[in-house]
Design a protein around this ligand. Structure first.
Ligand SMILES: [Zn+2]
Length: 94
């Protein structure tokens, strides 16, 4: 088994690289980085409970993290945008 360090919150072994499956799912809500939509936040939380490593994490990324945003499609009830994500990795506690 690979040593992935210790969770800074529960002090137990991380379940994967920089990830504690007990403490990290839903952390974004405690940090106030939500989508603003309860259903979407619930979906993100459920997906995070299946996450093994931080780099495989499913998370909400705010619009301001993208650059060169362009409309590439529109119809029905949606608008589809394209853009570059210049923010990929944020600092982890462990
Ligand atoms: Zn933990």
């Amino acid at each position: 088994m690979v040593n992935c360090g210790v969770c800074s919150d529960c002090k137990e072994a991380n379940t994967g690289y920089a990830w504690c499956n007990k403490c990290d799912p839903g952390r974004f809500k405690k940090e106030g980085i939500t989508s603003g939509n309860d259903e979407l936040d619930k979906l993100i939380c459920e997906r995070q409970q299946q996450t093994l490593h931080f780099y495989d994490n499913f998370e909400w990324i705010t619009y301001d993290k993208f650059s060169e945003v362009e409309t590439i499609g529109e119809g029905g009830f949606s608008i589809i945008y394209s853009g570059f994500l210049f923010w990929i990795i944020h600092e982890r506690r462990n």
